[in-house]
Design a protein around this ligand. Structure first.
Ligand SMILES: [Zn+2]
Length: 450
């Protein structure tokens, strides 16, 4: 895939630019000074392939766990040389045009940073084996940040009494739940800030033991990113945790699993894209939620309909398919409404079309205008069109370099407007509002007589 080839070229150069984080942990502390210790919402999956559970966890991780205070020895000079180093793992475009994911390792010593890089690449490969990540990885940049731990492995592996001194304080047995890996989110934020941008953060813990977590709603807590996923490095099923969590933070999808104790949903129609109180006939009549997908064969198996139980309530509320990655990790697929929601999220944060020719610049007739189209995969169907004063120049369709003259603009002493649009005609999108999101547009002004 061309995106990966490009990433491979770009990955060789270490990132030197370290912009100021939009909210440092110190800023955040001042925002919340005097409050009770922060509690964050986190989700975990007790068993590989199972359903999730949500829980409140301490923001500062280990310090609140009652598992013994951590002592941090000063880093050696050799460690300091690599601690906090940011690299591009899969960089496909500028941060303004991409969803930026930052992967930070925990429980890797200075000598194990190579292992961390290999583990981070393997996790990203697992995630991008799943559609729609697979086809849309060209809308992502993936960065790694080296965090040097004094000890190898993390607390709670293999048993609850194991305590390790690590850079991010990650530990199993968070809230006495074996598979729940919590971390010190302020420390995670300070490392993530070393990358050029962070829309999402993944913490890979150096462990063969199954576990992980998804933190959500972090922007409300003053962090510069909304979601953090934790997962263990050497357990294949843990990658699915991150794939699920990005479903929340990027796709804005509800959990589709349920707690028997929640009983019957008695509220109004929920806001979530993938939960409804309506029957298929009502969805169609109201043109609501996933009505466009009803009765379609779905990648999760079966067909799209209304299946009872979603958003934690087993009764009185419905999900689109029997199973999906938002219900249980035995499914490695998003359902069709979920895929569409993910693609919408990708295009909310990313642009398929960019150009080094500034749209504020005034263009001369002979000046080439070159655009870059994000490298997209099989599910995507990007179409590039050119317009002059709103009228398409069909002969230029698909061209990534044009001149105003080649578009047939006469030098008539008038000001003209040249527009390039990239529309993703993917079959995975049916909602016109999402199609509009999946359409990117750039315009330039051609000066009279220029
Ligand atoms: Zn979830």
């Amino acid at each position: 895939m061309s995106g990966l080839a490009l990433a491979g070229l770009l990955a060789t150069a270490a990132v030197t630019a370290v912009p100021a984080a939009s909210a440092t942990p110190a800023d955040r502390a001042s925002l919340t000074a005097g409050d009770e210790p922060d509690r964050l919402k986190a989700e975990y999956f007790p068993e590989p392939g199972g359903e999730g559970r949500t829980v409140q966890v301490p923001a500062d991780g280990h310090g609140q766990s009652g598992q013994g205070a951590r002592t941090t020895a000063p880093f050696s000079a050799a460690e300091a040389a690599v601690d906090g180093t940011a690299d591009g793992l899969a960089v496909t475009g500028s941060t303004e045009d991409r969803l930026d994911i930052v992967i930070v390792g925990d429980g890797y010593t200075a000598a194990q940073q190579g292992d961390f890089h290999a583990d981070a690449a393997a996790k990203w490969a697992d995630i991008t084996d799943i559609e729609p990540y697979k086809s849309y990885q060209g809308l992502f940049n993936v960065w790694t940040v080296d965090a040097v731990s004094n000890e190898s492995g993390i607390t709670g592996d293999p048993t609850a009494d194991q305590v390790k001194d690590t850079a991010l304080g990650s530990y199993f047995w968070c809230e006495d739940i074996e598979r729940l890996i919590c971390a010190d989110i302020d420390k995670v934020a300070s490392y993530a800030a070393k990358a050029p941008a962070a829309d999402l953060v993944v913490v890979v813990s150096n462990s063969t033991k199954y576990g992980g977590a998804g933190y959500s709603g972090l922007t409300d807590e003053g962090y510069p990113f909304n979601g953090v996923s934790t997962l263990s490095s050497d357990h294949a099923s843990s990658s699915l945790i991150a794939a699920h969590e990005i479903g929340h933070s990027v796709g804005l999808l509800d959990d589709e699993y349920t707690y028997e104790s929640y009983g019957t949903w008695t509220g109004r129609e929920p806001a979530g894209i993938n939960s409804t109180t309506y029957t298929p006939a009502q969805l169609t009549a109201k043109r609501a939620k996933w009505y466009r997908w009803l009765d379609r064969p779905d990648p999760t198996g079966g067909t799209v309909g209304t299946y009872e139980g979603s958003f934690y309530y087993p009764y009185g509320i419905f999900r689109p398919t029997g199973t999906s990655i938002m219900r249980e990790l035995s499914s490695t697929e998003f359902n069709l409404p979920g895929r569409e929601a993910m693609i919408a999220g990708f295009y909310r944060a990313g642009n398929g079309l960019s150009s080094t020719v500034g749209t504020d610049d005034t263009i001369g007739s002979a000046q080439p205008i070159t655009v870059d189209v994000a490298p997209l995969g099989a599910l995507a169907r990007p179409e590039l069109h050119w317009y002059v004063d709103g009228v398409e120049r069909a002969a230029a369709r698909g061209r990534t370099t044009v001149t105003v003259t080649s578009l047939g603009v006469r030098n008539d002493g008038r000001r003209h407007r040249v527009t390039a649009t990239l529309t993703d005609r993917t079959d995975a999108v049916r909602d016109p509002a999402v199609r509009a999101l999946a359409t990117d547009r750039l315009s330039w002004t051609v000066a009279p007589g220029a």
